[in-house]
Design a protein around this ligand. Structure first.
Ligand code: SAH
Length: 431
């Protein structure tokens, strides 16, 4: 989501005549887009903010824009006090505050008699771009903004605001321009993407959007993330299975494997609900890969409760588990009402146990690809290897001199590991 938001800002800046530079020292404008989902991310944002300060001291004309979840959707006077050298504060996804600041600044310069070339490009009536800029072979397209679920550990609803689906036709139009600009794979984004359309007219839901976007000619693949277990309808799963362009890959976080912990997280389902969901996904989408998110060390999580998570992952054998150690976030219910009582060392211990478990499981799943021929969409060249992904979102590298960018080609898998695979372009007739 932040990658998409950052690109949206850079498109707006390019429309004003700005161009990217290689180093912050040479920039006229610096945009720092921030994430605060865990304390470590927030600390990183503060670190970058202080490292920028000397640049502002050396060049008072430099415009610094702090953007994203560190700022949030509400006015934040403490942040303004603490970072007086920041010129503009913007909520997530919104380039408007920066653009109007720059327009005002240019206006003042023009009145002062300055006529640099870029000033001529300034258009007071400039409309803000959506997300429809070229992003390479693959692109992210936010379709649900904000979140209203309020999991007890999560700060996102406080910082990104209430859930709002973007208009159906606008999303389709942006997808069309992405494809016209060379994009071959679009990932639809939302904090709870399977709730897309709940606030739109009937019939404008995620299955309908997937069907509509799949008709855009030239688009090879569609993905979507992240889904909440409670909104994964059979219709959605059947749509994934039926439409060729929609990849058989589901990102659906479980967060914990113990019912009491799940209840304390206010996730709205039980361990057994999730097991049944995974069975249903696998039944309806043959060959599907499934990714999940896990938080270890949630307040009050005992060894036995953690073991429930471990056992659930052992049983389900999912393709990916994004692991996180619980981090108390300001204003959340968990921070206000529960003790962060699992020690840092114990969180790390549980994290490592799941990491090792998952490395083993995924290594075994990937070994099943050995010798098979699978379609791979190629994205970029990395040293002398082309990097692409299977429809199940597995990373594949192929060594070749040919230009494979944007091509969807059958690949014969020759080596597999837990994080990636190697292969060779398959010749016609290979199985
Ligand atoms: N709506 C998205 C959430 C994105 S945040 C979703 O449901 O996937 C990505 C992940 O960060 C979450 O799934 C969760 O596993 C993790 N996370 C969120 N808040 C956290 C916290 N306070 N501490 C540790 N991990 C957290």
């Amino acid at each position: 989501m932040n990658v998409a938001d950052s690109l949206r800002v850079s498109t707006a800046l390019e429309q004003m005549g700005y161009e990217p530079v290689g180093a912050p020292e040479t920039a006229d404008v610096i945009v720092l887009n921030t994430c605060v989902v865990r304390q470590s991310a927030e600390d990183k944002a503060y670190g970058r903010l202080s490292s920028i300060r000397p640049l502002k001291d050396a060049n008072p004309g430099l415009v610094i824009n702090l953007m994203g979840c560190l700022v949030g959707v509400k006015n934040n006077p403490i942040l303004r006090q603490r970072f007086p050298y920041v010129d503009v504060f913007s909520p997530p996804s919104d380039p408007a505050p920066l653009i109007s600041h720059l327009q005002q600044k240019h206006h003042q310069l023009m009145q002062a008699g300055e006529t640099a070339e870029r000033h001529a490009l300034m258009d007071e009536e400039m409309s803000l771009p959506g997300y429809a800029h070229a992003q390479g072979v693959t692109a992210f397209l936010p379709v649900v903004l904000g979140c209203s679920h309020a999991c007890t550990y999560c700060v996102i609803p406080y910082r990104r605001g209430v859930e709002e689906s973007r208009p159906f036709d606008q999303v389709v139009a942006e997808a069309e321009s992405m494809v016209a600009a060379g994009v071959r794979e679009i990932t639809l984004l939302g904090q709870i993407v399977d709730r897309f359309g709940k606030d739109l007219p009937p019939g404008q839901d995620l299955p309908a959007l997937l069907r509509r976007i799949s008709r855009i000619s030239g688009l090879s693949r569609i993905r979507f993330l992240t889904s909440h277990p409670n909104w994964m309808t059979d219709e959605l799963l059947d749509t994934v299975a039926e439409i060729e362009q929609v990849c058989p890959h589901i990102e659906v976080p479980v967060q914990a494997g113990d019912d009491t912990v799940l209840q304390n997280m206010r996730r709205g389902y039980t361990r057994d609900d999730y097991r049944q969901l995974v069975a249903r996904i696998r039944r309806r989408i043959p060959g599907v890969s499934i990714a999940t998110d896990i938080i270890v060390g949630f307040p009050g999580e005992t060894d036995e409760q953690f073991q429930q998570t471990y056992d659930l992952l052992e049983e389900l054998r999912l393709d990916v588990a994004h692991l996180a150690r619980y981090s108390p976030r300001p204003n959340t219910v968990a921070t206000r009402q529960m003790m962060d009582d699992v020690s840092a060392a114990e969180k790390m211990h549980r994290f490592r146990l799941l990491e090792q478990q998952q490395e083993r499981i995924v290594g075994e799943i990937h070994a099943g690809y050995l010798g098979r021929v699978v379609p791979v969409l190629f994205e970029e060249k990395h040293k002398d290897r082309w990097r692409g992904r299977t429809e199940t979102n597995k990373l594949v590298f192929v060594e070749t001199n040919a230009d494979l960018r944007g091509q969807l080609l059958p690949v014969h898998i020759t080596w597999t590991g837990p994080w990636s695979m190697l292969g060779e372009l398959a010749r016609a007739g290979d199985q």
